[in-house]
Structure formats: structure tokens, C-alpha cells
Design a protein around this ligand. Structure first.
Ligand code: PLP
Length: 402
């Protein structure tokens, strides 16, 4: 007998994870619009508009700005492979799994790479990077603005200063922070900046927006050897995304539609409003978690990444059991810890479309129910009440300032 497969019918989840995030219905509709060819004249206009929006979201005038046909990790791969050659040296600031991934990818090139580390939950000290690069010719300094594995936010200014002193390009992973955390690629002089579509932009996974400064382009143009990856060679990929629109590879057309619509939503809201929304919702979540007696991994409030909150799992509580119950009973997905933090933390994502008051209150209520059932003594209703107090304060303050 031939086995048959049923019609696709995925559950409707609330993805409070560090990506992918749930997406706006407008983005689903964009994906369901008719496919055209990648060289269709109409699609060329659609590409122009996508690049226009990307420049607005990155806050840059960079010519070389495009979405790579790859997930966020492809952005790391492209940044590193396009800049590093035999004989070059680079430094990667590592404070978690994703910045470590940049180190791992850089190490696979023939360049000499130095890792400057900080424990998970902390930021790397730019002073340590300065010391590591002293007296050496450094081609790139790489770091993650938002380190998703631990929920840590790094300020870029000190690293830019060190990169200037060492004559290095500053390469910044904004996969978990773009469109949620203040970032001005031009003002902050980030040379190569990349992101992912499935996090705070709230489009489906599968694309990695990237932008390269004029100085970065100069480095690409003056390479002595060809980029070892044909697919990720930014100079040839730009023949398609540049004015010539020459075939390079067939891009995921429907994902580009989705990205275009998701960025329209970002710009309609406005970046400063969006940044503030992410902050407000995280502060309410944190107030709720702390009122329930839970502790955070990142102790310094200024270093907490607004999109990902790392919560210490209370002693005696079964990590998987809580996450499974959230999923089965409430259709809410949160993430566990990675690497050395596995079993030690939960990571609650409030990214893009998911960063909403409704979601914060629902999550706190659901978590309380599960904790009580597991025998943890949480003060009844305290989480939701604390979050509501936070929201009321913010709303009163903003009404007073109007
Ligand atoms: C998610 C993430 C990545 C990897 O992105 P993929 O789309 O899973 O390849 C890289 N860096 C950071 C900071 C991330 O949060």
C-alpha cells in the first residue's frame, strides 16, 4: 500500500524564543502573493525597495547593502570570508555561543585569529581587545551586539575606538538586535554589519541582511586572492543586487517579499518607538520574573539584551518539564540554555512582533501556574501584578509628557 501524507497543518504557536519570532499576518500575506522571476523587471523594482528599506533599518547610506540568501550564520560566514586572507590577523570578542561561532568560522580561514573572552552573561572588555592587538596589524575585530545565548548587550563605541587604533574593520553581528536595539551603522561607523530576518525583524528565517561600509568595500576590492566561497563572494553577489542586476544565484523571491513587508512594518512603527517598545516589554517581564522570586543571569541591567531575557532555572525545577508544559498547555515556546548554560537557564524572547504586553502578561500567568503545580512557592499573582505596575508607570509617564 502507498503511504499517504496529510495536508500541512502546523500548530499556531506563540514563539517567545530567541528566534524565530512569530510574524505579523501582513507578512504571511506577502509570502502568498504571486511568484515572479528573479530577473523580471517588476522584481527589480521590488529589490530596489527592499534595499531602500534595509538601508533605513540599518541607518546607513552604504551602497553594498543586500539580503544574503542564507540564515544569520551565513552573514557571519560572508563577513569573515570576504575580509580575511592568508597572512591577515583578526580578533573576535567572544562572550557566548554566537560570538564563538564567528571565531570558529574565522579560524577556518588561513588568517591568524585571536579569541578575547568573557564569561557567559558578561560583556567582553574592549581594553582586553586593545591589549591583544597591541603592536600587531589587525584586519578585523568581530563581536555580537546582542549575544543570544546569554542575553547580553554590548555597546559598540569602545570597540570602534580600539578598531580605529589598530586600523581594523569593525564587524558586528546584529542578528538578535537589529530593529530592536538602537543601532546607527553610519554614525557608529560599523564596517560590516549583518543580521537575520527571523528575529526582531519578524520575517521568516532564511535571509541575512548585510551592509558594508566604503572602507570595507575597499578592502574587498584590494584583495590579493579570490574569496574562497563562490556563493558568499560579496563583490560578485553585488552584480545582482547592484545596478547591473546580473544573474548570480536565484534568490528566495517569496522570502524577499516577506522581508520587504516586515521592514515596511518596522519603518511604519518608527525605529525609536520600536526600540522603546522592546525595552518597556522587557522591563515589565523582568519585574514580573523578579516578583516571582526568579533570578536573571545578566546582573548588570545596562547589559541586558532587550530581545532575550536569560532566567536562572530555580533549584529542583525540571527544565524540560516546564518548557513542555508551556508548549502543550499554552502553545508557548521558550528556549533552554546552550552549551555551558544548558539546564541552567531559560531564554525568553520578546522579539519584533512578539514583543507585546499581551504576551508578557500571558507568559507570566502561564509560568506561575506551572511553577505552583511543580510545588514552587511563588507569591500568588505577583508576577502579573508587578508587570502591570510597570506598564502603568510607563503609560502614566508618557501621558504626562504629552
Ligand atoms: C540566531 C543568531 C545567529 C545564527 O542565525 P541562524 O539564522 O540560526 O543561522 C547568529 N548570531 C546571533 C547573535 C544570533 O542570535
Amino acid at each position: 500500500m502507498t503511504q499517504t501524507v496529510g495536508e500541512l497543518n502546523p500548530p499556531v504557536r506563540l514563539m517567545l524564543t530567541p528566534g524565530p519570532s512569530s510574524i505579523d499576518p501582513r507578512v504571511y500575506r506577502a509570502m502568498a502573493t504571486p511568484l515572479v522571476g528573479h530577473l523580471d523587471p517588476w522584481f527589480k523594482t521590488c529589490m530596489d525597495e527592499t534595499q531602500l528599506l534595509l538601508r533605513q533599518v540599518f541607518q546607513t547610506e552604504n551602497r553594498l547593502t543586500m539580503p544574503l540568501s542564507a540564515s544569520g550564520s551565513g552573514g557571519i560566514e560572508a563577513s569573515v570570508l570576504n575580509t580575511l586572507e592568508e597572512g591577515d590577523e583578526g580578533i573576535v570578542a567572544v562572550n557566548g555561543l554566537f560570538s564563538d561561532r564567528m571565531y570558529e568560522i574565522a579560524q577556518r580561514t588561513s588568517a591568524k585569529i585571536t579569541k578575547v573572552e568573557a564569561p557567559y552573561g558578561n560583556t567582553v572588555d574592549a581594553e582586553d581587545v586593545r591589549r591583544a592587538g597591541k603592536g600587531r596589524k589587525i584586519k578585523i575585530i568581530g563581536l555580537a551586539q546582542g549575544e543570544t545565548s546569554s542575553g547580553v548587550l554590548t555597546q559598540l563605541a569602545d570597540f570602534r575606538k580600539v578598531a580605529d587604533e589598530l586600523g581594523a574593520l569593525l564587524v558586528v553581528d546584529t542578528v538578535a538586535s537589529l530593529a530592536a536595539v538602537p543601532l546607527h551603522v553610519d554614525n557608529e561607523r560599523v564596517d560590516i554589519c549583518f543580521s537575520g530576518t527571523q528575529k526582531a525583524i519578524s520575517a521568516p528565517p532564511g535571509m541575512s541582511p548585510i551592509t558594508v561600509s566604503a572602507r570595507g568595500e575597499e578592502v574587498l576590492r584590494t584583495r590579493k586572492t579570490k574569496v574562497q566561497s563562490w556563493y558568499f563572494d560579496l563583490t560578485t553577489a553585488m552584480n545582482y543586487w547592484g545596478k547591473d542586476r546580473l544573474y548570480h544565484h536565484t534568490p528566495p523571491i517569496s522570502l524577499i517579499y516577506a522581508l520587504r513587508e516586515a521592514m515596511r512594518i518596522v519603518m511604519q512603527e518608527g525605529l525609536p518607538v520600536r526600540w522603546e517598545r522592546h525595552r518597556t516589554n522587557q522591563l515589565a517581564l523582568i519585574a514580573g520574573l523578579e516578583a516571582m522570586g526568579l533570578e536573571l543571569l545578566v546582573k548588570n541591567p545596562a547589559e541586558r539584551l532587550p530581545t532575550v531575557t536569560a532566567v536562572m532555572i530555580p533549584k529542583g525545577i525540571d527544565d524540560a518539564r516546564v518548557r513542555n508544559q508551556l508548549l502543550d498547555e499554552f502553545n508557548i515556546e521558550i528556549a533552554g540554555g546552550l552549551g555551558p548554560l544548558k539546564g541552567k537557564i531559560w531564554r525568553v524572547g520578546l522579539m519584533g512582533y512578539c514583543s507585546q504586553k499581551n504576551n508578557v502578561l500571558l507568559f507570566l500567568a502561564a509560568l506561575e501556574k506551572i511553577m505552583l503545580e511543580l510545588g514552587l512557592r511563588v507569591p500568588e499573582g505577583a508576577g502579573v501584578a508587578a508587570a502591570i505596575r510597570n506598564y502603568t508607570q510607563v503609560e502614566t509617564a508618557s501621558a504626562a509628557s504629552r
